[in-house]
Design a protein around this ligand. Structure first.
Ligand code: PBG
Length: 347
């Protein structure tokens, strides 16, 4: 209908008698605040830190504002987080040397082990979460032991990430983090049975009270690109599609989550967040009794940073809107590189 035709038609409504006007409750900031359904808090955030050997900080090109930090710098960054109301960090390590198994991953003087001890010493109340996976530590960059050499299984493709051989290493890594004082371990490798093998390992070592936050639903996503620069953990060949989930699937997410709940996961995670808000909602509705985390991943961060640097979007507003949408979708906790900035903007 053209504007002209519209003018010729008689009004179909007596506007004075409109009964329902959602705008009534949007008229003032106070009314809007009163009916707001989702409220973001600094304490919802987990702040990722990349820890390296040596001193100082190294900028990460694809993630402006994120650095590889020495242990000392990681403590400083955790202190800054605490000051802005962020109570939790998740640690990723960049080892000195890499090998097929990733020995530094469970070494007493490994980089993450050092960082846990240092942060817990300086800021005991900080919740220190650790990522439990092999990819940053292995020379091939894969999340587990590969099907080669002495581990060769002829029924599986050469270079396939072996499941059960990897489980033993994951349990070792989790125990080693626990020994340093980690508060939560977060297995991210999407190995079948990773939660139960870690639970068994922790319980056997006397850490039956240490919670497991499982990366239960983790997709084979291209949004991890910048992280792989940051953590130097890109696979040297191939991809992660034999263990991480197909972005096309959501029913399978329920199966993954159900298994992890059965194996004793204390918290579930969906990752990435933004392109998977529907998955967050579905998993939250299926397991409302478990706290849910969502990982607002590196690529999601870098997209906002790039647009903001070009002056295309308002960084603060877009970031807070993004984080609010992740919480609205059902996440109780959000792992995000924006944590420090967002906490300050929320003040
Ligand atoms: C695996 C791990 C990855 C991320 C977190 N843990 C990389 C991967 O699976 O390839 C990605 C996080 C991000 O993109 O911010 N250790």
């Amino acid at each position: 209908m053209t504007l002209l035709e519209l003018e010729r038609t008689k009004p179909i409504t007596n506007y004075q008698s409109l009964m329902t006007r959602p705008r009534r409750l949007r008229a003032t900031p106070a009314l809007r605040a009163m009916i707001r359904e989702t409220e973001l808090n600094a304490r919802d955030f987990i702040y990722p830190l990349f820890v390296k050997h040596g001193t100082g900080r190294t900028a990460i090109g694809s993630m402006p504002g994120v650095y590889q930090l020495s242990v000392e710098e990681a403590v400083r960054e955790a202190e800054a987080a605490a000051k802005s109301g962020v109570n939790a960090v998740i640690l990723f390590g960049i080892p000195k040397e890499k090998d097929p198994i990733g020995l530094e991953n469970f070494a007493e003087d490994g980089i993450v082990q050092q960082a846990i001890r240092a942060i817990k010493k300086e800021i005991p109340e900080m919740v220190v979460v650790t990522d439990v996976c092999l990819c940053e530590y292995t020379d091939h960059g894969h999340c587990g032991i590969l099907n080669t050499g002495e581990h060769f299984h002829s029924s599986l493709p050469e270079g396939y990430v072996l499941n059960d051989e990897t489980l033993d290493v994951l349990a070792k890594v989790a125990i080693s983090h626990a020994e340093c004082g980690a508060d939560i371990v977060a297995p991210s490798g999407m190995m079948d049975g990773m939660v139960s093998s870690i639970r068994e390992g922790l319980d056997g070592a006397g850490y039956e009270n240490l919670p497991i936050m499982s990366y239960a639903v983790k997709y084979a996503s291209s949004f991890y690109g910048p992280f792989r620069d940051a953590a130097e953990g890109a696979p040297k060949f191939g991809d992660r599609k034999s263990h991480q989930m197909d972005p096309a699937n959501v029913r399978e997410a329920l199966r993954e989550a159900a298994l992890d709940v059965e194996e004793g996961a204390d918290m579930l995670m969906v990752k990435p967040a933004l392109a998977y808000l529907d998955v967050i909602r579905v998993v939250k509705d299926a397991f409302p009794e478990l706290p849910m985390a969502a990982y607002n991943v590196s690529g999601e961060y870098s997209m906002i940073k790039a647009a903001a640097a070009n002056g295309w979007m308002d960084e603060a507003k877009v970031t807070l809107e993004t984080l609010t949408s992740i919480k609205r979708a059902g996440a109780d906790v959000i792992i995000t590189y924006h944590a420090l900035d967002a906490a300050r903007w929320l003040k």
